[in-house]
Each structure stands twice: as structure tokens, then as C-alpha cells.
Design a protein around this ligand. Structure first.
Ligand code: NAP
Length: 323
């Protein structure tokens, strides 16, 4: 019998201490799936939002469950019909956030959502990329329809989503203003931002008519308080998936004024390949704040819940289970 693997799981909604490490059987790859030995798993706020029960209204998964939508590791088995990957390939992927499962020594990944990790990236760096980079791309390209030469403001520019959004917007010919607190100004400038606003000193909404697009990557502002900062034809996109934000989006479909959009990130192999191409050209670089051992996931959640992460938090495994 194959040895079990370690997996982080929770049996009930609650504080970080509901996360425990437990031995479970190795999964078996089905058609079009990869079984991946996870070397590193990215931590995202959605992981603790599910754990806390904040997302009960869209949450139908049963207990026990394993958080984790971002993984990087090595393919240990490929199911029927997988042509693009072989055992031994280094891959990363975003998993469906509703099912998740990435905080584990092994996980099943749909082959269509996996991409090869560029040789320049470590497993830790690769694990920090998928969900936040796909969010930035799907927000700026698909929701905001950001055009070359436009001026975009990114609120929360030093977080996981914001660090990727600043770089993606610069790579696509936009002028970028980032918003963060004083301690992160140098970081956001180093990512290519043309200007940085320290939100503890100044409210960006007072920059009347300054921006074509406002991307609220942190998700704490509403269209009603930032609308004056948008130009005619301006667009506001937020990561905040709450009923009030969704209501304001629907309202903007029928009312005159700026377009309001809520980004809801989805796994996408093609978008992740696009991101990895930007990594290869040097236009996109991961920003990793801290790593924690897999079974210290509760500590990683406590840190993420402070809202102070500079870029990404990543869990690392030490037993990769190569069979
Ligand atoms: N809708 C979607 O599909 C989707 C996808 C991804 C993420 N999200 C949501 O988007 C939000 C951001 O995610 P993330 O991964 O980027 O989070 P994160 O990495 O935890 O964000 C941490 C950053 O937020 C900054 N921050 C804290 N308070 C701020 C404020 N008042 N104004 C501006 N920045 C502030 C901090 O910088 P300072 O220390 O400088 O303040 C820190 O660098 C989360 O709520 C997450 O749930 C939604």
C-alpha cells in the first residue's frame, strides 16, 4: 500500500486553529488530470474567507475540506488523455477556489489549467503567482478593458494582486499609479509604478478626473467615493465580491456614469501561459513575503489576516511523495 500524504484540513468554520494536518491516502489521477507532488502552495485571502465562513452564501463544499488554490510542484502521474505533460515536469496551477485542496503534499490538477514553470522561477515563487496574476489579468484586460496609454490607479499595490496588477499594466503600455502605505512605496516603485500615493497621507479620490481606470485590488473602496477621480468613460473594477459591490455593478449597467465591474477570478491555462511568458521576458516578477511549513498553515492564515503581507505568503512541503 502506498504511504499516506499530509494534508491541511478543517472540519468546521472557525478561527485559524481549526486547521489541522492529517494523513490521507494519495489521490488517483482521472482522465485529463495530473497528480502533482506539491512543493509549495500559495496562501490567498480567499482561503481564510472560506475557513471563516464568510463565503457561506456561495459555498456548497462538504467537510472536511482543504484550502489552497495555488500549487507548484512536480507531476508524479498523468491520467488518460493527458498529452502536454509528463512525469517529472515542474508545473503550477490555479485550482477552482470552491473545491481548492492545494494545502497538501499531493493534489489533482486539471491538465488544462496547469502550465510549465519557467526555469528562472523557484517552486515558492511559482506557487505565489497563479491566482493573483490571473486576477490582475482578468480585472485589467477583461473587466476594465485597459488600453495602451491609459492611466490606471491600483489600490492595494503592495499586496498579492496589486504587485501583479502594477507589473501587468506597465507591460501593457499603461501609466500606473499605485496606492499603498509608506513602508511599501519603494517596493511599488521597484515594480514600475510611475507614481505612488501613500493612502495614510492622501486620499487618491481627490485626484479629480485623473484616471481612466481604478482597480481596487484591496477591495475597500466603492464607486460612490472614488467616482470623482475617474475621467469621462472611466471604469472601476473591484475584487470585493460582496452583495453591495455586485449590486453597484448591476446598477451601473442601467444608470449613466462610470462602468463598475467585480472581478471573479477563474482558473485559465491560456491566461497563466500568458503570465509565464511575461515572466520569461522579465516583465513580471513574483514578490514573496514569507514562507511557512505546510502544517503551520494556521500561522500563515494569521499573518494573511493582518492584511500586511508584502506580496505573497507561501506554504512549503518537505516530503514531496514522489510516487
Ligand atoms: N474577486 C476575486 O476574484 C479576488 C481574487 C483575488 C483576491 N481577491 C480579494 O482581493 C483582496 C486583496 O487580495 P491580495 O491577495 O492582494 O491581499 P493581500 O496580499 O493580503 O493584501 C495585503 C496588502 O494590502 C495592503 N493594504 C492593507 N490595507 C490597505 C488599505 N487600506 N488600502 C490599500 N492597501 C492596503 C497592504 O499594504 P500596506 O501594508 O502598505 O497597507 C498589503 O501589502 C482580498 O480581499 C482578496 O480576498 C478577490
Amino acid at each position: 500500500m502506498r504511504a499516506p500524504i499530509q494534508q491541511v484540513q478543517f472540519d468546521t468554520y472557525g478561527p485559524p486553529r481549526v486547521l489541522t494536518c492529517a494523513p490521507v491516502p494519495r489521490p488517483t489521477a482521472g482522465p485529463q488530470q495530473l497528480r502533482v507532488a506539491v512543493h509549495a502552495a500559495g496562501v490567498n485571502p480567499v482561503d481564510w474567507r472560506y475557513r471563516q465562513g464568510q463565503l457561506k452564501w456561495i459555498d456548497w463544499a462538504s467537510f472536511p475540506r482543504t484550502p489552497g488554490a495555488d500549487v507548484a510542484g512536480v507531476v508524479v502521474a498523468a491520467g488518460a488523455g493527458v498529452d502536454d505533460f509528463r512525469v517529472g515536469d515542474r508545473v503550477c496551477a490555479m485550482l477552482d477556489t470552491r473545491r481548492a485542496g492545494g494545502y497538501a503534499e499531493q493534489v489533482l490538477v486539471p491538465a488544462a489549467d496547469a502550465v510549465a514553470i519557467p526555469s528562472a522561477l523557484t517552486m515558492v515563487e511559482a506557487a505565489g503567482l497563479p491566482l493573483v496574476t490571473l486576477t490582475a489579468i482578468q480585472a485589467l484586460r477583461d473587466q476594465a478593458k485597459l488600453q495602451v496609454g491609459e492611466h490606471v490607479l491600483i489600490n492595494g499595490a503592495s499586496g498579492g494582486v496589486g504587485t501583479m496588477a502594477v507589473q501587468w499594466a506597465k507591460a501593457h503600455g499603461a501609466t500606473v499609479t499605485g496606492v499603498c502605505s509608506h513602508r511599501n512605496i519603494a517596493l511599488v516603485e521597484s515594480l514600475g509604478a510611475d507614481a505612488v500615493i501613500d493612502y495614510t497621507q492622501e486620499d487618491f479620490a481627490r485626484h479629480t478626473g485623473a484616471f481612466d481606470v481604478i482597480f481596487d485590488a484591496f477591495g475597500n473602496r466603492s464607486i460612490s467615493d472614488v467616482a470623482p477621480a475617474l475621467r469621462l468613460g472611466g471604469r472601476f473594477v473591484t475584487t470585493d465580491i460582496t452583495p453591495p459591490s455586485l449590486g453597484r455593478m448591476v446598477g451601473s449597467w442601467i444608470m449613466p456614469g462610470p462602468a463598475v465591474r467585480v472581478v471573479v477570478v477563474e482558473p485559465s491555462g491560456p491566461d497563466l501561459r500568458h503570465a509565464m511568458q511575461l515572466v520569461r521576458t522579465g516583465a513580471l516578477r513574483p514578490v514573496v513575503d514569507r514562507t511557512f511549513p505546510l502544517c503551520d498553515a494556521a500561522e500563515a492564515h494569521r499573518y494573511s489576516e493582518t492584511h500586511r503581507a508584502q506580496g505573497k505568503i507561501v506554504l512549503v512541503t518537505d516530503a514531496h511523495g514522489t510516487s
